[in-house]
Design a protein around this ligand. Structure first.
Ligand SMILES: Nc1ncnc2c1ncn2[C@@H]1O[C@H](COP(=O)(O)OP(=O)(O)O)[C@@H](O)[C@H]1O
Ligand SMILES: [Mg+2]
Length: 355
């Protein structure tokens, strides 16, 4: 595993952000968010951005930085789940020479790199308990300690955190420190899901269409009324990111048929007992599907809790490691952290994966 990222590669340049009019649209919830953002961006207080995946948390975090007094300072983003648990501490806080085997030199962490700038911690719920304590110390007194160092260091950073999980639930489960939650949650911004701001759809569609037509040098036409209506009815589990990808595919493939099949209806909720009783009902089949779905949800939750360590997850679930691997495949779950995005063409029957 490499720990040799240079400072400059971690202090990322700001990416391109869509125009504010597109980002916020016209719904009340987004306008309230815009006003809140304008009020808080200038004050150096921690901000917690909550919302489903693809709702624009990254964009908002970058806007907070761009409107802050430290806008000319560094913007340092840490995607917590992307860095293996064992490396995350040294990535965040750095280390001294000889702190552990392989620490041949001294390395500053990303916290230090964000001095007089913004530290954006994405998917904060993925931090384990010991890192949560170190982050708490940083937020309380601006101090932290490199691994293997004798003394604490002081740093001035604006901390912005994001999560798509309900941290209140994580606290109730004992997976997230309540005191840290209060520290990072001085200001809370909630990103509404796309299905709750569907009146903004036409502007978003027009924006992405224009964008990708330009990018791919294409001339894809505006969508038909029928397709726009289908988009309005769709439940958008992947939010604006999903819409963006859909329009990108439309521009590349050039036909509406190519994307209309992507608008699959929502999975039935087996637990609501909201079952159509007009036709024949197979109790056996419904029960089997419900058990399957419940099993999938529990396995996913336990895997997330154990940072995708399948051996620990199997122990926690009190099933064998092989049984867990089988169930992961059977449920169509990705087999490791790196491949956590749902994949098409999952092959449930191609044997049990090796570790
Ligand atoms: N409100 C928005 N306006 C315009 N584009 C958006 C908006 N929200 C998300 N996107 C698009 O969706 C993609 C994902 O957004 P991102 O900020 O990374 O979401 P999140 O961090 O909540 O998962 C981005 O590439 C961006 O272009
Ligand atoms: Mg994000």
């Amino acid at each position: 595993m490499s720990t040799s990222n240079s400072v400059s590669s971690l202090v990322q340049p700001l990416g391109e952000t869509p125009p504010e009019a597109v980002v916020f649209g016209g719904t009340d919830a987004m306008q309230a968010l815009r006003e809140r953002l304008a009020k808080i961006a200038g004050a150096n207080v921690p901000v917690l951005i909550q919302g489903e995946s693809g709702t624009g948390k990254d964009i908002i975090a970058r806007m907070i930085h761009a409107a802050s007094p430290w806008k000319s300072g560094p913007w340092v983003k840490v995607n917590c789940p992307a860095i293996p648990g064992t490396l995350l501490e040294s990535e965040l806080f750095g280390y001294e020479k000889g702190a552990f085997t392989g620490a041949f030199g001294t390395k500053p962490g990303r916290v230090e790199m964000a001095h007089r700038g913004t530290l954006f911690l994405d998917e904060i719920s993925e931090l384990d308990m010991s890192l949560q304590s170190k982050l708490l110390q940083l937020l309380q007194d601006g101090q932290f300690c490199r691994i293997g160092a004798q003394e604490d260091k002081k740093v001035e950073v604006r901390v912005v955190c994001a999560t798509n999980r309900k941290l209140e639930e994580e606290i109730a489960n004992g997976a997230f420190r309540a005191d840290l939650f209060y520290r990072i949650n001085v200001v809370n911004l909630h990103m509404p899901p796309l299905r709750d701001r569907i009146s903004d759809l036409p502007e978003l569609v027009a924006f992405f269409l224009e964008c990708y037509n330009r990018k791919f040098n294409s001339r894809a036409k505006p969508l038909t009324t029928e397709l726009m209506n289908a988009l309005r009815k769709y439940h958008w589990p992947g939010n604006v990111r999903e819409l963006e990808n859909l329009i990108k595919r439309y521009v590349i493939l050039g036909t509406e048929e190519a994307i209309s099949s992507d608008l699959r209806p929502q999975q039935p909720d087996f637990f609501s007992a909201d079952i159509n009783v007009d036709g024949p009902i197979s109790l056996k089949k419904i029960t089997r599907q419900a058990v399957h779905e419940l099993e999938r949800k529990i396995i996913l939750k336990v895997l997330q809790h154990h940072h995708w360590n399948r051996k620990q997850a199997a122990r926690a679930l009190n099933i064998s490691y092989r049984a867990l691997l089988y169930k992961i495949r059977d449920a169509g779950l990705p087999s490791n952290r790196a491949a956590r995005r749902p994949q098409a063409g999952n092959a449930p029957n191609d044997g049990v994966a090796a570790d």
